[in-house]
Ligand binder design. Sequence first.
Ligand SMILES: NC(=O)c1ccc[n+]([C@@H]2O[C@H](COP(=O)([O-])OP(=O)(O)OC[C@H]3O[C@@H](n4cnc5c(N)ncnc54)[C@H](OP(=O)(O)O)[C@@H]3O)[C@@H](O)[C@H]2O)c1
Length: 289
Amino acid sequence: MDESSILIVGAKGQLGLALQEIYPGAKSASIDDLDITDADSVKNFDWDDIEVLINAAAYTNVPEAESQEGRTAAWNVNAVAVGNLAKVAQLHDMTLVHISTAYVFNGELDMHTEYEPFSPLSSYGSSKAAGDIAANFAEKHYIIRTSAVVGKGKNFVRSLLGAGKKGISPKVVADETDRPTFTSELTRAIDFLLKQQHPYGVYNVTNGGDVVSWADFARAIYAAAGFDTLTVTDSTAAEYFAGQAIADKRPVHGALDLSKMEKLGFKFTDWREELKLYVEAELNTEKEK
Ligand SMILES: NC(=O)c1ccc[n+]([C@@H]2O[C@H](COP(=O)([O-])OP(=O)(O)OC[C@H]3O[C@@H](n4cnc5c(N)ncnc54)[C@H](OP(=O)(O)O)[C@@H]3O)[C@@H](O)[C@H]2O)c1
């Protein structure tokens, strides 16, 4: 696969930045270069040399997607725009790589396979489920479902490191579980599927390792950062999101079953190992500033 035949859209997001690290020779477009909700711009883009179109763009503000304005924006970026991309992928015989989420499920099962039917609770989850359906219209597609993404950008680990540095002992949701995904794992899995030309379809990708509550994840972050004098206390989603429309629309269980990728020979890295490296890098960057 020639890297210059790859186009990454949504290039300034967490995944977009990580993809540019793994594919330095790829073309990339941020929203300023290509707004994927603009059907004409997508149609008229120069697709001549592109064989693989990776969609790292999304509306990811989950609580805000519950507002009327946010709902419209989320549906535009996460569903309508994916239709725009699927259409050009089909027209120009490109492979579309699209990213989905565990929020397309209601979270009642403690582990989600690729075969579970859609049951989104939130506006964000519904818009992403519609995006999965739209991505299907490109014959050559990989839909990568993931959860709790951590890279260079706004994410749970960075928020907790920020809190710890301020000496805060936080209360964190303990009645929802998940398994984190570092963008390095996500890009490694995308590269694995593309390079080895595995069958098109839906694939779950998170890091490997144990499934944890957000409170236990926070404790692991505090331990990795050496915030030994601070404590993380258990809270509930109802308490933490009290008064917000998203409060009862979050899947209780967000962890994804990884056996489909494992059967193809992909070896997942334990999230706890990646967390140590990530926290170390973040704290070192802080020191250099
Ligand atoms: N973050 C998570 O925890 C999580 C969990 C599960 C699944 N996912 C999925 O994983 C994928 C990557 O997430 P991420 O964390 O990397 O997201 P992110 O950091 O929020 O990045 C999304 C990027 O998309 C861009 N974008 C928004 N609207 C656009 C448009 N109309 N045209 C072009 N670009 C646009 C954003 O630009 P601006 O910032 O300028 O708006 C941003 O750079 C998404 O599909 C997301 O739904 C994420």
